[in-house]
Design a protein around this ligand. Structure first.
Ligand code: HSE
Length: 440
């Protein structure tokens, strides 16, 4: 009889229990596909007593994840505890050091210690598989690492955080406030334990750093990602974007530029007719621009028990089948250091919204300051909110009016310089809103 692949599973939350169920349900299909059965032989979690609705009677229960990771009777250690520190870090390190393959969904651990872990795997010949760490069920890790191994990449961009996409979608479609939508996302279980991690862009940044490593051979470093979240996006921005033919998404973008690989996460205007703009709610999507092929967009569930379990089980199955790839698609010695690209050098179109003083000369001042920086406008919209100013302009100060500009491609440095000059000229009030436009 063929020996089963023996799995030790650490973490029995939503994803862990879904993995137990999926392996049970797909037992025969997995055995047929891999040529050997997959068996979860031992587990560990915080509470043994909790009723999880799964049968754990035939599995050994260990109290210590480290002991499970080094247990001589397991072949693979599946880490679903989360967190970039202990116990996940030591347990994964110990498993890899002793030559046991590891499957993890832990983006935070990879973003912080990915290179050390890949080094351990390289040394011991173990596998380190992490399909579930980015975009849930979407097989983006394998697509970049194996499926498109023969191509060079220009740009990878995507919706990597379901919570932010859910919030932006609900705000736009149901005309709700940011706070109301965030509360709903938390109630529905999409957000991280600390939702600031989602809405300030850090969750997407960790995922992007993993994708950038796979696509461009960069040593993972989430600190090299420029990050802005979605807190400042208002209904006024979503409406203006829509009128001008755009939608606002929190995108993670890794792109090859003349000054290196730019890695950035920020609210982004995308054309309404693009594939990425159609992705609504908690769904994730990644578009790949690679040599010689039209862009490929993968869309699917980015979080949740079953979606994540689907990727975890595929990774376990790879080990059962004997498929082994360097974790980041190439040996560490062939990877280069990630550097944070200076955003002043970023080139692209910009959406700018500010409140302008509604009096003669304002438009001329704005136009002059933009022209000084060689910024050309694709659109300009000024909206009256109510009363027109008196004809002689002397009797009272008119209310500021919203002005929305869309620029053609320019540099961020030029835009920021023009806005600073416009502010000094005192023709606008408050802080301008600036959103980068991504060509797609
Ligand atoms: N909080 C994450 C999201 C969950 O909203 O996408 C999956 O990483």
């Amino acid at each position: 009889m063929v020996e089963p692949l023996k799995v030790g599973l650490a973490g029995l939350g939503t994803v862990g229990t879904a993995v137990v169920r999926l392996i049970d349900k797909q037992r025969d299909a997995l055995a047929a596909r891999c040529g050997r059965p997959i068996e979860i032989v031992a587990v560990t979690a915080r509470s043994k007593k909790k009723d999880r609705g799964i049968d754990l009677k035939k599995k050994r229960w260990l109290t210590d994840p480290f002991a499970l990771a080094t247990d001589p009777d397991i072949d693979v250690f599946v880490e679903l505890m989360g967190g970039d520190g202990e116990p996940a870090k030591s347990a994964v390190e110990a498993a890899l050091a002793t030559g046991k393959s590891v499957v993890t969904a832990n983006k935070a651990l990879l973003a912080k210690h990915g290179m050390t872990l890949a080094g351990l795997a390289e040394k011991s010949g173990a596998s380190l598989n992490f399909e579930a760490a980015v975009a849930g069920a979407i097989p983006i890790v394998k697509t970049l690492r194996e499926g498109l191994r023969g191509n060079s990449f220009h740009r990878i961009y995507g919706i990597l955080n379901g919570t932010c996409n859910y919030i932006l979608t609900r705000m736009e479609q149901d005309r709700l406030s940011f706070e109301e939508c965030l509360a709903d996302a938390q109630r529905l279980g999409y957000a991280e334990a600390d939702p600031t991690f989602d809405i300030d862009g850090h969750d997407a940044a960790q995922k992007l750093s993993i994708l950038a490593s796979l696509a461009f051979g960069l040593k993972i470093d989430a600190r090299a990602v420029y990050v802005e979240g979605i807190r400042t996006i208002s209904l006024a921005d979503l409406d203006a974007a829509s009128e001008l033919g755009y939608r606002i998404k929190l995108l993670g973008v890794a792109v090859k530029t003349e000054s290196g690989i730019e890695q950035r996460v920020h609210p982004t205007m995308v054309r309404k007719d693009s594939a990425i703009a159609q992705v609504m709610g908690v769904t994730n999507a990644v578009t790949i621009d690679a040599d010689g092929i039209a862009p490929i967009t993968l869309v699917g569930p980015g979080a949740g028990g079953l979606a994540t379990a689907s990727a975890v089980v595929a990774d376990i199955a790879d080990i059962a089948c004997g498929t082994r790839t360097p974790p980041f698609g190439r040996p560490i010695s062939r990877m280069s250091v990630s550097r944070k690209a200076p955003m002043q050098r970023h080139e692209g179109g910009y959406y700018i919204r500010f409140m302008a003083r509604d009096r003669p000369g304002t438009a001329a001042t704005i136009a002059t300051r933009l022209a000084e920086q060689h910024i050309s406008l694709e659109s300009i919209v000024q909206r009256h909110t109510g009363d027109r100013p008196p004809a002689n302009g002397r009797k009272r100060t008119p209310e500021p009016v919203p002005v929305i500009l869309i620029t053609y491609a320019t540099s961020e440095d030029a835009v920021r310089k023009a806005l600073a000059a416009i502010k000094r000229d005192r023709v606008i009030s408050g802080e301008p809103q600036l959103i980068r436009i991504e060509k797609n």
